[in-house]
Structures are given as C-alpha cells and as structure tokens.
Design a binder for this molecule. Sequence first.
Ligand SMILES: Cc1cc2nc3c(=O)[nH]c(=O)nc-3n(C[C@H](O)[C@H](O)[C@H](O)COP(=O)(O)O)c2cc1C
Ligand code: SF4
Length: 438
Amino acid sequence: VYCLGQCFAAPASGRDDVRPRVETTVRDPIVLERVAGGGAGTLEAYRTAGGFVAFEQALAAPPASLVAEIEASQLRGRGGAGFPAGRKWRAVHEEPSAQKYVVCNADEGDPGAYVDRFLMEDDPYCVLEAMLIAGYAVGASQGYVYVRKEYPSALTALTVAVRSLRDAGLLGGNALGREFTFNVEVVSGEGSYLCGEETALLNALEGRRPEVRARPPYPVRHGLWQRPTLVHNVETLANVPWIVRHGGDAYAGLGQGASRGTKVLSLNSLFRRPGLYEVELGTLLTDVVHDLGGGLRTGSLAGVVVGGPLAAAIPPDRLDVRLTFEDLYGIGAALGHGGVVAFDTHTSIAQLVEHVFAFGAYESCGKCTPCRVGATEVATAFAELPAGRPGVDHDRWDRTVAALRDTSLCGHGAGLAEFAEGTARLYPEEARTWFASR
Ligand SMILES: Cc1cc2nc3c(=O)[nH]c(=O)nc-3n(C[C@H](O)[C@H](O)[C@H](O)COP(=O)(O)O)c2cc1C
Ligand code: SF4
C-alpha cells in the first residue's frame, strides 16, 4: 500500500475519505483560514471568502513592490529548508529573461506530513491565486504544480480549479483586463520521495530522470529548461494572498526571532487528538504534544519526530524546545515541513534508526556513493543488531555519517547524517548500547 496521506487515521484505507481535525491557535489564521471553515472548493466560495482580492491588489501595484512586501514579511520556505522567500522572489524578479517559471512543489513526501494535501483539496484557489501573484511579481508567464500521484483528490481539485479560472478569465491571458498572461499546468508526480527535492522535481517536469542537479547554478537562475524559476512549497504559497492583503509587516508581527508567521503542523494517529493545527512560530513543542495533541492514545511517549525523517528524533525531556527554525536546529532537530510523529516505548531507538536509514536507502537517487551505499549499510547494521547488545562498528558509523554530512549533493544524504548525529546525541544511553567497543 502506498502512502495515503492519512497519518491522522492509521491504520488507513484508500476507500475511506476520512478528514482530519483542523484547528488553529492563532487569533487570525493565515493558512488554515478557509480549511478550518470547511474549505472553499468552488471559485464562488473562494471569492465569497475574500479570494482574489489580493490578486486585484497585486495587479494594481508595481511587481517590485510585491517583492518588497514578501521580503518585509520575512516569510521562509515551508517545504523544509526554511530559505527566505523574499530572496528567491528578488533573484527571479531581477533575472533578465523573457521566459520565467513558477513551480509549486506539491510532492509532500515526508512521512507524517499531510499539510499540503488538505490545502490543495480544500483551498485549491488559494494556491493558484498565490502562483498568479508570484508570476506577476517575478515576471513569469507559466506555472506548474507538481502533485504527488498518491494524492488523486488533490490532483482533481487543482485540475478543476485551473479549468474554472480559465473560464473566468483569470488564467490564460489579460487577467482582470490587464496585460498579464499566466497559465498553470497541473502535473501528476512520478511517485518518488526524491522528486520533492527541487532540482529532481525540475528534471521530472522536463521528463528526465529525477536525479538531483549540482548547485550552483540555483533554480532562480537556471531552473526549469534552464530558465529562472521560482520553486515554492504549497504551504509557503498559501501564505502569499494573506501577506498581500494585510502587508508584510503584519505577517512579520507574528512568530519569534528569525522565524516569522505561522506553521501548520500535522499530528499523527498516536496522538489522542491527531490533525492539522496552525500555530504561531515559537510555540513550545510540549504545548503541541500535550495541549493540542492531548498526549498519546496508548503507551508512553518515547519521542517525537518533527519535520520528517531527515532530522533528529526529540526525546520527552526536550519537549521544552520552541518551534522555530533556529531553536530546533540548535538541538539537532528541524522544523522541516511540520509533520509531528509521536512514537512510544514499543519502538526502540535502534529500530527507528534502522527504519529511517532503510527509507533513506530506498529513496536515494543513487548519485552519491555515501548515500547510495552508506544508507543501506547503516540500515543493515541496525537490522542485524542483537537485541540489547552492541554490534555496530563505531568507526564505520562515524566515517559513514561524516561522508553523508560532508559530501552529499542534496539534503537527503545530509539529512540522514543530521538524523543520525542528532538522535545519537539526544538519546545517549540508547546510543551507547549500539556500538561494539573500539
Ligand atoms: C529529499 C528531499 C525531499 C524534499 N521533498 C519536498 C517536498 O515533498 N515538498 C516540498 O515542498 N519540498 C521538499 N523538499 C525541499 C525542496 O527541495 C525545496 O527546498 C522547496 O520546494 C522550496 O520551497 P520553499 O522555499 O517554499 O520551501 C525536499 C528536499 C529534499 C532534500
Ligand atoms: S544525497 Fe542521496 S538523494 Fe541526494 S543527490 Fe546524493 S545520492 Fe541522490
């Protein structure tokens, strides 16, 4: 069974259209505004809820001022890397090219993440409005949404939305009577986790083998078909209409430190109250686990994996960490895309390491040797670890993790190293039991 995007309801079945609990703890929700209210599945419903006011406002302003607004908001990418959105907008805006692209990364492959799925299914016009605004701001005329094929309902929702925007004259040329032409194509993904990595995704869109590209040059200069390309995650884009309507400063007024605005978290089914929660950045992880999630349904908490498998698991005694890019990075973890997967004491940390490395090996694009060979080696060493007794060669572990960290071409291999180093540091007692003496 492939991933169903239903981590809130495991064990899940593709036949059941179960919906997650959706809540926001922010006074003025930004991303889940409409999803929490039941969604805006038609253009009429979206317009009634204030949709396309931002696009009208945007078209009345010079493109450079929109770039400045995104810079002022301090919005950072929600796809995992947390790169400042304004810097990407400015770079693409300033590239002197007659053809530029906006690409929406809707490949959402992190285990435990189902944020983008419901944004696309319940608020597809918001994602498309954001792409229109971004296209106008950076000077692009063509957009692509690359949707993971495991999300058929999201594919349908977006395809229907694109069609109705074309019928309404908002896509396809001279939107709202202005000289601005923008088209969007919805593309079904190739079914690989690695296609979510932005350069592999660009290769996939070009119909090539979805391997990672060496950088630089970055996609903002040489992206899709070597043209300047703005690649953004679905949730990142879902912030844009709000920022245009309320101003970048209002957005930057939320959050903490260099992490501004809100983040949507998706809690897995082990929580008593799994679901989607929009929280202000800077919220304590313990409040998410205990107050929003209600603690575990069964068993006792052994840890939480936040933001996908490419960063450390966080033990119960470190839940006092704040959900910002910097605070999580400071303890060896990451905010990533906001999946929050709790696991209980039935899972040993050694099993977790084996599972993450087996996943890493399976999904490796194979371009770098430490990732292609090393990930399998670590998974095998942990699979063969005798229960409660040491068996992993410590020197080999150190060398493999260092090679992954220092030589990986993309965040997949580097993230496996971060997971390994961070988890061993945060679970020192368990880690001591893995290694045979040197
Ligand atoms: C292995 C790997 C998988 C990724 N998968 C996704 C994904 O499924 N969705 C996503 O938006 N970003 C994913 N990313 C991050 C993208 O490479 C890129 O940073 C992101 O799409 C940029 O958009 P943002 O700035 O809005 O976050 C992945 C990165 C790596 C290294
Ligand atoms: S680190 Fe792994 S996934 Fe990334 S480019 Fe290298 S082999 Fe491919």
